[in-house]
Design a protein around this ligand. Structure first.
Ligand SMILES: *Cc1c(COP(=O)(O)O)cnc(C)c1O
Length: 364
């Protein structure tokens, strides 16, 4: 019955040759590879897409968060609040600047930062920044969180690496906080042909710091004006690819949403399914199931590739164990399972995944 396997992700739609070849060709014909017209134009276009004043591109999404932390003034030994269910990317950035992560629990239903947990933490600690992740493409409760950060005058960093184009009350995620950080890793909603990242902001001086920090701390060539500089640049080929793909992003997000809605409608009687709201761009389609490991086995033997995002919460990573208990985060890590969901996913594959999940629950 199984004919071929169902991959977790496939780039044949999003990296179609028509999209990629001419971009690469154009850049090579100009022989200018770093910080040129493609990067400048992409930065202008991505800022306009998100309705922010600035976009500063960088080498990857983790650097975006690291440079954002530096640009908003986070220093060694400062405390940064974040969630522990988002793959350790934010934590990597916090450790990179020598700051201390302070984890708050997430809501069991939205899987995003629980605003009431954040309120408690802000009430009892002095924080240098808050990082909020829009996980799996579902926007966090960003208006409430941003109001709290304003009240306590704490810079807010939005991690939008899974949520390019997600909208809350007619505003794009990433435009609510002090800065919004993006990754263009190939599997993201907007993906390059390699690594890439960006930070968006409405703050002129934060933008200026980011431009200096991404290039050795230079304010002009060979003059180092800022401490903490790195080399973290997007290259021209990736920028050219991203410019072309940006025009297609909303359509691809709509494809992802349709797949997610179909899953939720078909599977809600068997597993905990996410509510796919208007503010979701369905980067990943993640169910919760007590028999997660058995279900994953069953799907693997039916030729269906699944994944777990993420199996180990940040506070339990062996290199950085933190003395904190986060019941919802820990529950979600034990029970979450990601099903294939990407633009161009064939209908037969979607049907097969749904069919096999249903079969698992109908087995005696
Ligand atoms: C992918 C991802 C990142 C990091 O991006 P890289 O480009 O791989 O460094 C950060 N945060 C989240 C939520 C991500 O999914």
């Amino acid at each position: 019955m199984v004919t071929g396997s169902v991959p977790f992700f496939d780039v044949s739609t999003t990296n179609d040759e028509d999209i990629t070849q001419s971009c690469v060709g154009n850049v090579c014909s100009r022989n200018w590879y770093i910080l040129g017209e493609e990067v400048l134009n992409f930065e202008a276009e991505f800022a306009a897409y998100n309705d922010t004043r600035h976009c500063v591109t960088v080498a990857n999404g983790t650097d975006a968060i690291t440079l954002a932390l530096k640009a908003v003034g986070v220093r060694q030994s400062d405390k940064v609040v974040l969630v522990a269910n988002a793959g350790f990317y934010g934590s990597t950035a916090v450790h990179a600047v020598g700051a201390e992560p302070l984890y708050v629990d997430v809501s069991r239903t939205t899987r995003n930062m629980d605003p009431s947990e954040l309120a408690k933490t802000l009430d009892s600690n002095s924080m240098s920044a808050v990082i909020v992740t829009h996980l799996y493409g579902q926007a966090a409760e960003i208006e409430a969180i941003s109001a709290m950060c304003d009240k306590y005058k704490v810079p807010l960093i939005e991690d939008c690496a899974q949520a390019h184009g997600a909208i809350v009350n007619e505003r794009k995620v990433g435009s609510f906080g002090t800065v919004g950080c993006f990754s263009f890793y190939p599997t993201k909603n907007l993906g390059a042909l390699g690594d890439g990242g960006a930070v968006i902001t409405n703050d002129d001086s934060v933008a200026q710091s980011l431009r200096e920090l991404r290039q050795y701390g230079w304010d002009k060539k060979y003059r180092v004006a800022l401490i903490g500089g790195q080399n973290s640049r997007l290259d021209e080929i990736q920028a050219a690819i991203l410019r072309t793909k940006l025009a297609l992003l909303d359509g691809w997000n709509e494809d992802r949403r349709k797949i997610a809605l179909a899953y939720s409608a078909a599977l809600e009687e068997y597993v905990e399914t996410p509510t796919i709201t208007e503010s979701s761009v369905a980067h990943l389609y993640v169910i919760q199931c007590d028999k997660r490991d058995q279900l994953k086995e069953h799907l693997t033997s039916a030729g269906i590739v699944t994944d777990i995002h993420y199996p180990i919460p940040d506070h339990q990573q062996p290199a950085y164990v933190a003395d904190v208990t986060l019941p919802n985060t820990e529950y979600l890590a034990r029970t979450c399972l990601s099903l294939p969901c990407y633009p161009g996913m064939p209908q037969q594959h979607l049907d097969r995944v749904i069919d096999q999940v249903c079969q698992f629950f109908k087995m005696p």
